[in-house]
Design a protein around this ligand. Structure first.
Ligand code: NAD
Length: 418
């Protein structure tokens, strides 16, 4: 028997995940929940969902769906709501998947308190928490984790990660903000945000740190120990940044494995640092990964150096296909059905699976959560990993507020084994 999943938050981002969760072969029941009734109806009336959806599984709020008997809830609501909503879901006995980040609110100490509560709730309830961090399942991250497991990096020395999303470039952040504030839950946020501003508490882009930090952290399997960071404050009275201490933040972390990691979170800075706006590079003593290229070097035998035959460096250009991990064939087929709904099962066999959504990460995120719940195991981006990402952002913001002072990074340890 499969598992049951309730989808909470069917807005712009959540709506893209609904068909993937519904079609995963290990899911046999799906429910829809949003405070906006029209969003629930959009899915409830779509015949694509009929085989796994019972019309009574329509819910008008998180409170309502927490009383239902789903195994797990997928929470893709506005970023300031995640942590308390995930705690509520865990307390109601459900496994929970959260959109990133753990929570984004202006107060550093409050964020750390929410991290603390989430780790405690996972321990207390025995339910799992997974963060839906997309960079973790970009092909670059999958490839680098495989290389790391094989020891191909040698010792990790240095890494970089950045999320460069200028407010007026690409997916326009002014429009995103306007949409997120337009719903019933959105209307409740400005007075709360204004209260933070009134007491002088202002956030910054490091409060949404996961796309930049997760690559280096998940590849190295290390956590941050301390940080020095600086911020750039908007100088043009741009209303988008009215409640922010900084529009751009840059940080240098010392990691638990001795490596140094440079992170940039920028919202007022057009352009790219590499080939992508949200990406990372990792450098080791034996191998390095940067912009879809793997560089390696074999060291000579130091006790009998042959100066005429020293090793040559290797460079390998990689395609996404070469970097992706494989998915189980039945899962891949189910996701292909989502992308090609007019095709028969036979026709689908001859179509290549092209993972899509933030570098192809979406199907992998869905599979990881469903598989972890179905098999009673911790997901890869479990609560211990998730709070590491969040704590890096908090400490960097704190350091930037103090003009680069060294700030220790909180840590809750590794996920328990087994
Ligand atoms: N690459 C990524 O990982 C990525 C990209 C985009 C968005 N996101 C995340 O996705 C999340 C959602 O973003 P969005 O643009 O879809 O927002 P949105 O405002 O379009 O959708 C959020 C929905 O949640 C619903 N909601 C809020 N509280 C609820 C409650 N108590 N009960 C039921 N429904 C409730 C709202 O009614 C709304 O429809 C954000 O947190 C964002 O950070 C992540």
């Amino acid at each position: 028997m499969g598992i049951s999943i309730g989808l909470v938050g069917l807005g712009s981002f959540g709506s893209g995940f609904a068909p993937l969760f519904k079609n995963h072969p290990a899911v046999d029941r799906i429910g829809f929940c949003d405070r906006e009734a029209s969003l629930v109806e959009r899915f409830a009336s779509d015949p694509f969902y009929a085989d796994k959806f019972n019309p009574r599984d329509r819910y008008a709020s998180l409170d309502e769906i927490c009383k239902a008997d789903f195994d797990a809830l997928v929470i893709i609501t506005q970023p300031w709501l995640h942590a308390p909503q995930c705690l509520q879901a865990l307390a109601s006995g459900k496994h929970v998947y959260s959109a990133v980040p753990v929570i984004s609110i202006p107060d550093d100490q409050e964020i750390l308190d929410w991290c603390d509560k989430l780790v405690a709730a996972v321990k207390r309830t025995g339910r799992s928490y997974m963060l839906g961090e997309t960079t973790f399942y970009r092909p670059e991250a999958m490839y680098c984790r495989r290389q790391a497991r094989a020891g191909a990096f040698g010792d990790f020395v240095y890494a970089e990660g950045e999320y460069l999303h200028d407010v007026d470039a690409g997916c326009n952040l002014r429009q995103v903000q306007q949409r997120r504030l337009a719903s019933a839950s959105g209307h409740e946020w400005p007075p709360i945000r204004d209260a933070y501003t009134a007491r002088g508490v202002r956030g910054g882009p490091m409060h949404y740190p996961t796309h930049s930090v997760s690559g280096p952290v998940c590849v190295m399997g290390a956590h941050a120990v301390k940080v020095n960071a600086y911020g750039y404050r908007n100088r043009e009275n741009d209303p988008y940044f009215a409640h922010e201490a900084f529009s751009n933040e840059m940080a240098l972390f010392k990691m638990s494995n001795g490596a140094v990691v440079r992170i940039v979170e920028a919202r007022e800075m057009p352009g790219l640092a590499g080939q992508e706006s949200e990406t990372f590079r990792v450098f080791g003593t034996r191998g390095s990964f940067s912009e879809r290229r793997w560089f390696s070097i074999a060291r000579p035998a130091f006790d009998k150096l042959d100066y005429d035959n020293l090793p040559k460096p290797n460079k390998t250009e990689l395609t996404p296909r070469e970097m992706f991990d494989p998915l189980p064939p039945a899962v891949e087929l189910a996701f292909k059905q989502v992308m090609h709904r007019d095709k028969s099962a036979e026709e689908l066999l001859s179509i290549d699976f092209q993972p899509s959504g933030h570098g192809g990460s979406h199907p992998y995120l869905v599979h990881e959560f469903v598989d972890a719940v179905a098999n009673h195991r911790q997901p890869a981006i479990n609560v211990w990993e998730a709070v590491r990402y969040m704590a890096m952002g908090v400490a960097a913001h704190e350091s930037a507020l103090r003009d680069g002072e060294t700030v220790a990074v909180a840590d809750w340890g590794d996920a328990p084994q087994g």
